[in-house]
Design a protein. Structure first.
Length: 110
């Protein structure tokens, strides 16, 4: 009977120690996940700033004119295409005008 009590006591001590070790391990995992979260939030913020900088209309216009040789369309190069108002669209979308710019490319240059 004494050996059974000692064995049960020993098992309880092992369970207690195992629980404490598990709590400490989980605590370390939580701290690592918090650090990872902070790093990812910082990276997200940096990427948002980068997207804002790269998608600025002034920057895009400058690149289009300087690097790609584009220019604003001249008078007469824009054709407005209207859809007929009698067209019925099943999705309930109201048709709008579409502007199309003609691109006159000199021969031999694409």
């Amino acid at each position: 009977m004494k050996t059974v009590a000692v064995f049960v006591g020993f098992c309880l001590v092992l369970v207690f120690v195992w629980e404490r070790v598990d709590v400490v391990r989980i605590g370390y995992e939580i701290e690592q996940l918090k650090r990872d979260k902070t790093a990812l939030e910082r990276q997200r913020d940096e990427l948002r700033v980068k997207v804002s900088a790269l998608s600025a209309s002034d920057r895009i216009a400058k690149l289009a004119t300087e690097k790609l040789g584009m220019s604003l369309p001249q008078q007469g190069q824009i054709i407005v295409v209207q859809s007929r108002p009698s067209d019925v669209h099943p999705s309930g979308v109201v048709p709008v005008g579409l502007k199309v710019a003609r691109n006159y490319v000199p021969s031999g240059r694409l």
